[in-house]
Write a protein that binds this ligand. Structure first.
Ligand SMILES: Cc1cc2nc3c(=O)[nH]c(=O)nc-3n(C[C@H](O)[C@H](O)[C@H](O)COP(=O)(O)O)c2cc1C
Length: 410
């Protein structure tokens, strides 16, 4: 089923997604989304080397299985900045959820709250922060800030997010301009649905703007002094989103940052940047538990979440997978994506004797170099078509999952 915003088709589904893994949702979402919208989400910058490395670099690290651990029923509950969460998996901020679903961020917040995950809204959200908060009044949420050159705009944002009960700010510093994303040029992508804060402030609309135009209105020149000013004027804790080396972690802490967000923007900015998991250890060492660390980029498996937690993260964000879930199943689709990763995480927790997320943070990780084995194999389920499913559980070539409806033939 589809509804339309000025001719732009938006999903209006609200159903759980039957899936084997979250990676397969990319192919399935491609079949139901307009081309420009799909490529805006899926793509990275330039040759997409960093985009690919983000996921494959998890293979540089190994989870050591543990024996005779005497535990069962692991729990993924965790606490973050005084908030109780059912899972350490977080909804990373993504612009314009309206390209995936008519209820946009409202549906995502609903799905995140149902799964007990921390939600974060982008400055470029379609829905207002008030409507998002109303979707799950008791659920915790953070706000991602693209600092504007115009401090009146920034002040309007601070006032609104404080009133709506947002718990803190992710200040994005790795996307001062848009990375060179060729897919957007090929499809001539522009935001098809208005972005609430721009509509409010400019009396105009974000609608019809290119990604480059949107970035042009945000500040390119951000320094430690801005961090202090944002903290003072918003009165909220500020995390620096886009820290990729120990030096910048020190700089952020020196500026009074309340947390460090390790990310390369999902391989959408500097192509050739290292995979985030490869830089996490040096940053965790520099931060040394003084403030919490959030990690994202390339997370597609429960084992990836496990590795990031074991290597220094307190929360692990996902981006593209939940947006595909939103397109395929609305709020319940988002919930399904978080639940799938959380279920996979629990399997690894049982097999390593980790009863709690705190145990995962102390789990044993190896880093044995296997040469070219870190490239995807022919049997990697994320690279091949989803396994066909049949009622009698025998694999038959002709049986296919119905990718467009998300329903299986059970
Ligand atoms: C379509 C899309 C839009 C995004 N928009 C924003 C944004 O508005 N603000 C921001 O800080 N990060 C944004 N990001 C980056 C995400 O917060 C996150 O770092 C990234 O998606 C993680 O990588 P993953 O998609 O591989 O999980 C966006 C990412 C995607 C895929």
């Amino acid at each position: 089923m589809t509804s339309y915003f000025k001719g732009f088709p938006q999903s209006d589904r609200n159903e759980k997604i039957d899936m084997i893994n979250v990676d397969e949702l990319e192919e399935r979402a491609k079949k139901v989304m307009p081309e420009g919208a799909y490529y805006y989400i899926a793509s990275g910058s330039e040759n997409e080397w960093t985009w690919r490395a983000n996921t494959s670099a998890f293979n540089h690290y190994q989870i050591v299985p543990r024996a005779l651990t005497g535990m069962d029923n692991p729990s993924t509950e965790t606490e973050f900045m005084g908030m109780k969460l059912k899972t350490p998996i977080m909804i990373s901020p993504i612009a314009c959820h309206g390209i995936a679903h008519k209820d946009a961020e409202v549906a995502t917040q609903e799905g995140a709250a149902a799964a007990g995950a921390l939600f974060s809204s982008s400055t470029y959200a379609n829905k207002s922060v008030e409507d998002i908060a109303a979707a799950a009044p008791d659920a915790p949420r953070f706000f991602q800030l693209y600092l504007s050159k115009d401090w009146d705009f920034n002040k309007m944002v601070f006032e609104a997010i404080n009133k709506a009960g947002y718990k803190g700010i992710f200040l994005t510093v790795d996307a001062l301009v848009s990375g060179y994303r060729e897919a957007n040029l090929r499809t001539k992508f522009t935001y098809p649905v208005p972005l609430d804060f721009f509509t409010r402030y400019l009396g105009g609309k974000g609608e019809g703007q290119s990604v480059a135009q949107m970035y042009a209105s945000s500040a390119q020149n951000i320094s430690p002094a801005d961090v202090e000013r944002i903290k003072k004027e918003s009165g909220l804790p500020v995390f620096i989103k886009g820290v990729m080396c120990a030096e910048d972690a020190y700089k952020a802490l020196g500026a009074g940052a309340d947390g460090i967000y390790v990310t390369n923007h999902g391989g959408r900015e500097v192509d050739g940047a290292p995979a985030t998991i490869d830089v996490l250890p040096e940053i965790a060492k520099a931060v040394n538990h003084r403030v919490p660390i959030i990690f994202d980029s390339g997370v597609r498996r429960g084992s990836h979440v496990f590795k990031a937690l074991a290597m220094g993260a307190d929360l692990v964000g996902i981006g593209r997978p939940y947006l595909y879930g939103l397109a395929l199943g609305g709020a319940k689709g988002v919930e399904s994506v978080i639940d799938q990763l959380d279920d996979e995480l629990k399997i690894d927790m049982q097999l390593t004797g980790c009863k709690t997320i705190d145990d995962v943070k102390h789990a044993k990780i190896d880093s044995i170099h296997y040469g070219r084995d870190d490239l995807p194999s022919n049997t990697d389920p994320s690279r091949i078509k989803p396994y066909p499913k049949t009622a009698d559980n025998q694999i038959k070539q002709e049986a296919e999952t119905d990718a467009t409806s998300g329903a299986s033939h059970h």
